[in-house]
Design a protein around this ligand. Structure first.
Ligand code: PLP
Length: 380
């Protein structure tokens, strides 16, 4: 038996999306060409763009295809800022945003213990920096805790103090669970990534509102409205558009089902570990992510033991060597380093079954007391 509880890391490809990818990959034309084979590829590219635009509530001409969430986030931040501009973001962003903000010498706003951005601090930063703020980036839902950020409040503050600033949201974790079109309404820049909602890896979107005036990061043939040169990944794009359609069409039913499974998971684990409480439950949270701190234990050891039992999950951020650092998100929420080093993220998705959840509860119920006994700590 195996239980894949790592859908926030990546999702299994949707069968209809896979079909679309195979079919699109058989088209031989380059969409930039002018002969019939090229036009067939161009048609599919533009149909996919229109489809994505409709699903995200924007014009097709505002949909820029990229290589994924990391590129979309980097293009949003690096493309909007130059020397002398201020970029503001939050300290709990994914590294794709955090590192781009650091490279731009930007400023980070903290969060409350609930994981929600500190709007007072954001307001102070906006007041202090006013017209020099060029971009503000606040994620829609956090990838470690699932906490949903109050984007409409953020937007109001930005428009009040820095009306010319571009508002960006990293909505990468959201499309299967939240109405991105509604929640990110009014934002100038929105990132999504195909592999987080049943599409292939290595393809994404940055929505760029027409008035944004973004500079490209790649120069070349001028594809994607001069904003992202390079021959587009047509197979990936066609598949991502189908996956997004599926995610949006079935979102309500999936959210209902996955909420039930998450509830089952949490109940099962709290009956084994009565003192445990998931992180981020005091704020609005997506239905699929549960994050625990097993204080005194080591995430790496937990994951290793679970892996041996066929349960696949994650912890906080890992660095390039694979070694675990304490999660910056949990530290920002006021968790101690020891708590953060024992974090476990269990993320469900559209393919998750009750059997997987029950199997994972059993495996975690065995592994935690075993590791705790070795360390002489209190779990189990
Ligand atoms: N932003 C968030 C919130 C994510 O969860 C991820 C991936 O984990 C990314 C950005 C990066 O996306 P990609 O893997 O497509 O580069």
């Amino acid at each position: 038996m195996e239980a894949y509880l790592d859908h926030a890391a990546t999702t299994p490809i949707n069968p209809a999306a896979l079909d679309a990818q195979v079919q699109a990959s058989q088209l031989i034309g380059n969409p930039s060409g002018s002969h019939r084979a090229a036009r067939a590829a161009k048609d599919l590219l533009e149909t996919s763009r229109e489809r994505v635009g409709l699903l995200l509530g924007v014009d097709a001409s505002e949909v820029i295809f990229t290589s994924g969430g990391t590129e979309s986030d980097n293009l949003a931040i690096l493309g909007s800022t130059q020397d002398g501009h201020v970029v503001l973001s939050t300290a709990i962003e994914h590294h794709a945003v955090l590192e781009a903000v650091r490279a731009s010498k930007g400023r980070l706003v903290g969060v409350a213990s609930s994981g929600v951005v500190d709007l007072n601090q954001l307001e102070d930063e906006l007041k202090d920096n006013g017209a020099s703020v060029r971009a503000v980036s606040v994620m829609l839902a956090n990838n470690e805790t699932g906490v949903v950020q109050p984007l409409s409040e953020v937007l109001k503050l930005v428009r009040k103090y820095s009306p010319k600033a571009l508002c960006h949201t990293d909505a990468v974790q959201a499309p299967s669970y939240l109405d991105v079109a509604e929640l990110a309404k009014g934002f100038d820049l929105v990132s999504i990534s195909g592999h987080k909602f049943g599409g292939p890896k290595g393809v994404g979107v940055l929505v760029i509102k027409k008035s944004s005036g973004l500079r490209p990061m790649f120069y070349g043939g001028g594809q994607e409205f001069e904003l992202r040169s390079g021959t587009p990944n047509l197979g990936g794009i066609a598949a991502m558009a189908v996956a997004l359609q599926e995610a949006v069409t079935h979102r309500e039913a999936n959210v209902r089902r996955i909420s039930g499974l998450t509830e089952r998971l949490r109940r099962g684990l709290s009956s084994r570990f009565p003192t445990i409480k998931p992180n981020g439950t005091e704020a609005p949270q997506m239905c699929n992510i549960t994050n625990y701190c097993f204080e005194g234990l080591n995430s790496e050891e937990i994951l290793f033991k679970l892996d041996a039992l066929g349960v696949f999950a994650s912890a906080g951020s890992s660095c390039a060597s694979g070694a675990l650092n304490p999660s910056h998100v949990l530290l920002e929420m006021g968790r101690s380093k020891i708590e953060a080093l024992g974090s476990l993220r269990l993320s469900l998705g559209v393919t998750t079954t009750e059997e997987e959840v029950d199997y994972a509860i059993g495996a975690i119920g065995d592994v935690i007391p075993e590791l705790a006994a070795k360390k002489g700590t209190a779990w189990g």
